[in-house]
Design a protein around this ligand. Structure first.
Ligand code: FUB
Ligand code: ZN
Length: 646
């Protein structure tokens, strides 16, 4: 259904989730989400009391979640219960993809019942927000800065598109179109409209998704309006606070950098503030740039991309080191043990990266999308799909473990919906071309303007970098196929129907094959995966004298379960040529890296804090596992950046 009836700006768009049948590595993870996570998320929402707030047939419940506290110790205007609609929306989105993969009448009936609650809750004028209808009536649209109203609307729009794609049921889509129409009447430049935008971005990218799904240009225009209005003077959040009779200076976050409204978006050059907010904003900007061929936004985004990825991103693709603002601090401030690196932020970075591919394949974006996906984001979900990380440190003394739930449950459904939708991140489709951004065992049915292309990938990626791609066509067709060569691979090779393809100069890191394709054409892409030692920029103090070990897209870590405690006593050799891989049965057969290493041993210490005698050095074999799999076995220490001798 996600065929756009609008006149298209040229550009690449993701396929709908059902267009890609995923197997292999990601198929196993999707099965875990379909078999367990989706229902777990639903049940945790029940237990939290979320549906008591949403269902208009039930008595209005008491406020359950504590209010945030202002700097002066008084209760703030915000608590996490205000954005429960968004958490439920992400659960619906997860369930939608899960149902598509594995029909489940019980889960479907439960989701239909939630949708029915929202439909009954919707007001005559289209407004829909459980907090402001039931918990704080009369205060709608009075505090866009803090209260997440448009953010909740955005997540519900995404859920509506997903549920329609997966089940062909229109109820939530119709509800959300009515709500989008209400928002379109309420916000804009006219004198009878509010020139506002949300304190937590999300509505922008969601309106693009709704516009693409329904063919309604006005949703795309409204997304552009929200982007363009952000940070203009007079500042909307100041004006709005004055209307509420409060001093904006008393705001607990102090600076509008927190929500990226300190400047109009095209004047922003530095990635600042709350990490998820920033990534969702840039995602929306990239979508608007694609839909409107807006080079001014693309240029701004390129600068922000460079700022983030060259100075503010963990090697795992995690972002936002600080808990205080759930976001960015100073350049190169990337502490490992105290890293906040919220799961949602890595997911949101993937979302931004995938949208930077909207204007054409370019591996600098796809590489980071993959880096965040396989490491900082996927770590947020346990291998069996039942437990979740909120923050993702790169070092632990053994006290950091996945939660079954969180007071602020934004991350569990965010990583679940992302895993369940992974097929849509794998490809970009334009009128006359297909780009393969991610590799994985799968079959994709992709509609170009005049031809349906079936691409079948056979591969064990990310365990191995050999990918066989079969081309299926109803009739011969000419189109461009772009294959990403990841930046970590130095020696790629390709054959087409058994003939070697000379790779020569690559365009943006993609092999581009523009030719007349025949049904049954076969490509074999080989991306050898060597074990690599990564060294951080010297300004990252936490990583001095240390290396992170990587293979293919995976960042590795040492765990106490394999190396005993005191992981900081491990010292890796200067080169990793002797590295071997070996499967770990209890981690689904994932490949561990085995490395000859040394280990400091303090036999003479006698409990002393300081001693003139250096430690002894013992030869050991370090066993490293993919970072995303840590804390799936016995609890214990974990370390990504390991000491290295040079
Ligand atoms: O505010 C909504 C979500 O909750 C944010 O995106 C997360 O960082 C968490 O604070
Ligand atoms: Zn989160």
């Amino acid at each position: 259904m996600t065929s756009l009836d609008l006149p298209k700006a040229s550009g690449f768009r993701p396929p709908a989730v059902p267009d890609v049948e995923v197997r292999g590595f990601w198929g196993d993870r999707m099965d875990a989400v379909a078999d367990r996570t989706a229902m777990i998320l639903y049940e945790r929402c029940v237990a939290a009391g979320m549906f008591d707030q949403i269902d208009p047939a039930r008595p209005v419940p008491p406020v359950k979640m504590p209010w945030h506290t202002r700097a002066d110790g008084k209760p703030d205007t915000v608590n996490v219960q205000m954005f429960w609609d968004s958490d439920v929306a992400k659960v619906i989105e997860t369930a939608a993809y899960a149902l598509y993969r594995k029909p489940n009448s019980d889960l479907e009936a439960k989701i239909d019942a939630i949708i029915d609650m929202f439909a009954r809750l919707q007001q005559q004028d289209g407004y829909l927000n459980s907090w402001f209808i039931r918990m704080q009536p009369g205060q709608r649209w009075t505090n866009l800065r803090d209260c997440h109203e448009l953010y909740c609307a955005g997540h519900l729009m995404e859920a509506a598109v997903a549920y329609y794609d997966a089940t062909s049921k229109r109820a939530l889509l119709d509800v959300m179109c009515r709500y989008a129409d209400h928002i379109d009447r309420m916000f804009g430049p006219r004198a009878d409209q509010k020139p506002g935008y949300c304190g937590h971005e999300e509505i922008e990218l969601a309106l693009i998704r709704l516009g693409r799904a329904t063919g309604q240009q006005r949703y795309l225009d409204l997304a552009r309006y929200f982007i363009d209005a952000r940070g203009q003077q007079p500042h909307y959040f100041d004006v709005e606070a004055a209307k509420r009779g409060v001093d904006p200076a008393g705001w607990r976050h102090k600076t509008y950098q927190y929500n990226q409204s300190h400047l109009p978006v095209r004047e922003q050059t530095k990635v600042v503030g709350h990490a998820v907010r920033a990534m969702y904003l840039y995602s929306g900007m990239a979508d608007v740039a694609t839909e409107f061929s807006d080079d001014s936004l693309t240029e701004t985004l390129k600068g922000l991309w460079e700022d983030l990825t060259s100075k503010q991103m963990y090697v795992t693709g995690g972002i936002g080191p600080a808990a205080s603002n759930e976001g960015f601090t100073e350049y190169y401030d990337l502490p490992n043990e105290s890293a906040y690196a919220e799961t949602c932020a890595a997911v949101a970075l993937m979302m931004w990266a995938s949208r930077m591919l909207g204007r054409g394949p370019d591996r600098q974006y796809a590489d980071v999308m993959e880096q965040a996906l396989y490491n900082g984001a996927l770590a947020g979900l346990s291998i069996n799909g039942t437990r979740f990380f909120y923050d993702n440190p790169l070092e632990s003394r053994g006290g950091h473990h996945r939660w079954t739930w969180h007071r602020c449950p934004c991350c569990p459904p965010n990583i679940a919906r992302t895993v369940a939708a992974i097929g849509s991140y794998m490809y970009g489709v334009s009128a006359d071309g297909v780009a393969v951004h991610l590799y994985g065992e799968s079959t994709a049915r992709l509609k170009l303007s005049s031809v349906l292309v079936t691409l079948t990938q056979h591969t064990t990626y990310p365990a191995d970098g050999r990918v066989k791609i079969g081309v299926g066509l109803e009739k011969a067709a000419t189109f461009a196929l772009a294959l990403r060569v990841p930046g970590w691979c130095d020696t790629p090779s390709l054959t087409l129907n058994g003939e070697v393809v000379e790779l020569g100069e690559m365009d943006g890191g993609y092999i581009r094959l523009n030719r007349a394709w025949q049904d049954g054409d076969v490509l074999i892409l080989d991306l050898p995966m060597n074990v690599r030692a990564l060294h951080a920029h010297p300004a990252v103090k936490a990583d001095l004298g240390r290396v992170a070990v990587a293979r293919g897209p995976l960042i590795y870590c040492a765990e106490e379960a394999d190396n005993s405690a005191e992981l900081n006593a491990l010292i890796l050799p200067p080169n990793l040529e002797a590295a071997r891989t070996s499967p770990v049965p209890e981690l689904g057969g994932a490949l561990a890296i085995l490395l000859p290493a040394r280990r400091e041993e303090w036999r003479h210490r006698d409990g002393k804090l300081y001693d003139t005698r250096p430690p002894d050095l013992a030869d050991v074999t370090a066993r490293l596992i993919p970072y995303h799999l840590w804390d799936n076995r016995a609890p214990g220490e974990m370390l990504v950046w390991i000491r290295s001798s040079r």
